[in-house]
Design a protein around this ligand. Structure first.
Ligand SMILES: [Zn+2]
Length: 341
């Protein structure tokens, strides 16, 4: 038996055939950038051309998912601005379809096939452009948490992507690192800086342009390059020059916030046996997470009640976690339905 997994992600649409016993992909997954798909019809045609005569399909989707009606109500990076309906269409065409949001799918993938296999209480947390987490107990989803937009710092002046101020999401996420760096450059107007160089290089590569450091003296080019700063540039600069601002300060703020996020998750979801971390921020594991874990583990009372157990904290090795998670969520949904009958 084979189950198809569809990962309707933030950046790419990915589709793969998964062995439901092992969680392994049968061949390399199909992938297409999300921003090339403009209509529901286009999207459905692409998916139909990939799933062939598959019977069982699990879908993991970034955004606001209506699991019952198999509709994605809103997905932040998709160019389709109405309800996204390929799940419903697949079902109408006779496929057996289960759909959920990307966090619930990811934690299923980790609990069934990944680092959480041997544990009862598994939490998966994503630290990428944003932050979020979800929990399974005995392989059953117990929450699709929205812990990201709680207040982490009162009297903060940092805006969150959601429009709020001082949210945990801003302090632990890639968007937060970028936003702090942007503020620094808009205020100081510095041009001769590693972060600016890295942002400039990437902009030129992406847009096929040939701006030089000299061009940064023009205010429109300067604004363009500051706006294009990402956390990758911030931590790239940190690796080569850890004592320079603003990366030194941004790193310290994020390490502290990440340590606090561990304590917050344990406080909300105790007991937890293992916390499995994923997302683009974890690429800078040594800079951010190694230090944050050390901080968290060596503190008795700062981040959580001292008597609560601290879970093991690791990074996931699962690639294609969206596809695998979609399939794992399909399996658990079907298993629960059978046992309820
Ligand atoms: Zn927020």
């Amino acid at each position: 038996m084979i189950i198809y997994g569809i990962d309707f992600g933030g950046t790419n649409l990915r589709i793969g055939e998964v062995n439901p016993e092992t969680g392994k992909l049968l061949k390399k997954s199909f992938s297409v950038p999300m921003n090339t798909i403009k209509t529901n019809n286009e999207l459905t045609q692409i998916i139909l051309s990939q799933v062939g005569n598959a019977e069982k399909i699990g879908i993991s989707a970034a955004g606001n998912v209506d699991e019952k009606n198999l509709i994605i109500k809103m997905s932040p990076n998709s160019r389709i601005k109405e309800h996204i309906t390929f799940g419903k269409t697949l079902k109408e065409k006779g496929f057996d379809v289960v759909m959920t949001n990307d966090m619930k799918a990811a934690v299923q993938g980790v609990a069934r096939f990944g680092e959480g296999k041997k544990y009862n209480n598994v939490l998966v947390a994503t630290y990428s452009s944003g932050f979020n987490c979800a929990v399974t107990r005995d392989k059953i989803n117990t929450t699709a948490a929205e812990l990201s937009h709680i207040i982490y710092k009162q009297n903060s002046d940092l805006f969150c992507g959601c429009g709020g101020i001082g949210h945990l999401d801003t302090y632990v996420s890639g968007n937060g690192a970028a936003s702090m760096a942007k503020q620094y450059f808009f205020i100081t107007k510095q041009t001769n800086h590693t972060i600016m160089k890295l942002s400039l290089e990437e902009y030129n590569k992406k847009k096929n342009s040939k701006y030089t450091l000299e061009d940064l003296k023009k205010s429109d080019v300067f604004a363009l390059i500051v706006t294009s700063i990402t956390s990758k540039h911030v931590y790239g600069a940190y690796s080569s020059n850890p004592n320079q601002e603003p990366q030194k300060h941004i790193k310290n703020i994020q390490v502290e916030a990440i340590a606090a996020s561990f304590g917050t998750m344990v406080s909300a979801f105790n007991p937890l046996d293992v916390m499995v971390l994923m997302g683009s921020q974890t690429k800078d594991w040594d800079i951010l997470f190694k230090t944050a874990i050390k901080k968290y583990e060596s503190s008795k009372t700062q981040y959580q009640l001292a008597t609560l157990e601290k879970p093991k904290i690791i990074k996931t090795n699962l690639s294609d976690i969206g596809i695998i998670g979609a399939v794992a969520y399909y399996i658990i949904t079907k298993t629960c339905k059978l046992s309820n009958k």
